[in-house]
Design a protein around this ligand. Sequence first.
Ligand SMILES: C[S@@+](CC[C@H](N)C(=O)[O-])C[C@H]1O[C@@H](n2cnc3c(N)ncnc32)[C@H](O)[C@@H]1O
Length: 253
Amino acid sequence: MTDARSTLIDYDRIAREYALHRKIHPEVLKDLLAESGIHGGSSVLEVGCGTGNYIAAVESAIGCSCWGTDPSSEMLAEASERPGSVTFQAGRAARLEFSAGVFDLVFSVDVIHHLENITAYFSEVRRVLNPGGRVCTVTDSEWIIRHRTPLAAYFPETVEVDLERYPRSDELYQAMQAAGLDDLAEHRVEFPYQLRDAQAYRDKAFSSLHLIQEEAWRRGLERMEEDLRSGPIPCISRYVLIWGAKQAASRSG
Ligand SMILES: C[S@@+](CC[C@H](N)C(=O)[O-])C[C@H]1O[C@@H](n2cnc3c(N)ncnc32)[C@H](O)[C@@H]1O
């Protein structure tokens, strides 16, 4: 499977907006910590860490050794401003600049749809994992993309754009199995919240808003601002977490 999903998004240009608006999803963090079984002596890598909010939260919760890698120098500059001792370094998913067998958990959040070759990524993940180590891909299913509130409701043009970009769960399973990862599982989480202001949508802090027509973005924003004048908009943030593992007894390399 050699998909061409290369991103048209210039994350260097939108790093400030990401740092301002992206918050961790508390249920994602909870599942990452509970399911991975990591502890103070563990080593964890976040691939496509962006401004570092998830890996910083993992470090703060567990006190383990944490690394974040991302190709965008501006995203990493924002990440480096965070308190804590996460090590941030430039790098891409298809070629992780780490030695073999060093991590107990490798995870990514909202990154897999940017990768050109997901099998190459999972092969790299398997290489850098310790035997028994876990991998988690936090992403959106087709159902989630179609039912995103508020994104699909106010910017329906994002649905087709994202159905094109995001790999389906079965593609992820196939790529993980092709890379020699197993113990596959899928968890779904959701977090209801009240949207009180449209600034993140005005700032286009969601990559699909950069991929729809300017006119469609403006129309959705006006509708959202109009609805917000009558009070907060009830929303639900949903994710799937696709888990896999490198078997403790599997062949090395
Ligand atoms: C939607 S942002 C998510 C950032 C962060 N994980 C978060 O949840 O806030 C996607 C990130 O993927 C990174 N990215 C894009 N292509 C990548 C690649 N080939 N390898 C690793 N990261 C990549 C971008 O630079 C960006 O920081």
